[in-house]
Design a binder for this molecule. Structure first.
Ligand code: ZN
Length: 151
């Protein structure tokens, strides 16, 4: 399979032909797995699908650019969930997260799955405006994915 993600080719990914791999534990908790579907260097964007077991979460992050998601299964609490001024979203659901959105913790109370396109990097941080823990750009996402596929 061609994994070079050449920016000039069209492509499609049949999800059942790609294996789930663990999402880095430095950036998440509870056993989240992902499949990188595309990177588009000309947009600085990357697209992935995530499988999130009940009780899993992503660590605090800023969306440096906007993102669009499609929650295909389960339930997602973003920006604290509806009990804390954010949203609790039940599948099937589409969502848009604006540039600079800060997600203190994105939490999945039940087994969930969502697709997301990120226009720009994710900055994992310990607090709003705080210390950067990791900057996930399209090319670092691609590098992490390719490392997971090696061997
Ligand atoms: Zn987020």
């Amino acid at each position: 399979m061609n994994r070079s993600f050449s920016p000039v080719e069209c492509r499609a990914v049949e999800l059942d032909k790609v294996a789930w791999v663990p999402f880095p534990e430095a950036l998440s908790a509870g056993g989240i797995r992902w499949k990188l579907l595309n990177v588009a260097p000309e947009l600085g964007s990357w697209a992935a699908i995530f499988e999130c077991p009940a009780g899993s979460s992503f660590n605090s992050h800023h969306h440096i650019g906007p993102g669009e998601y499609y929650l295909t299964k389960g339930k997602m609490e973003v920006r604290g969930g509806s009990e804390d001024g954010g949203d609790t979203v039940v599948a099937p659901a589409y969502g848009y997260e604006a540039t600079s959105a800060f997600h203190g913790r994105t939490y999945f109370p039940v087994d969930s799955e969502f697709y997301m396109t990120f226009l720009g990097p994710l900055q994992f941080t310990d607090a709003p405006g705080g210390q950067t823990i990791a900057l996930v750009t399209w090319d670092s996402a691609q590098a992490a994915w390719e490392a997971s596929q090696a061997g």
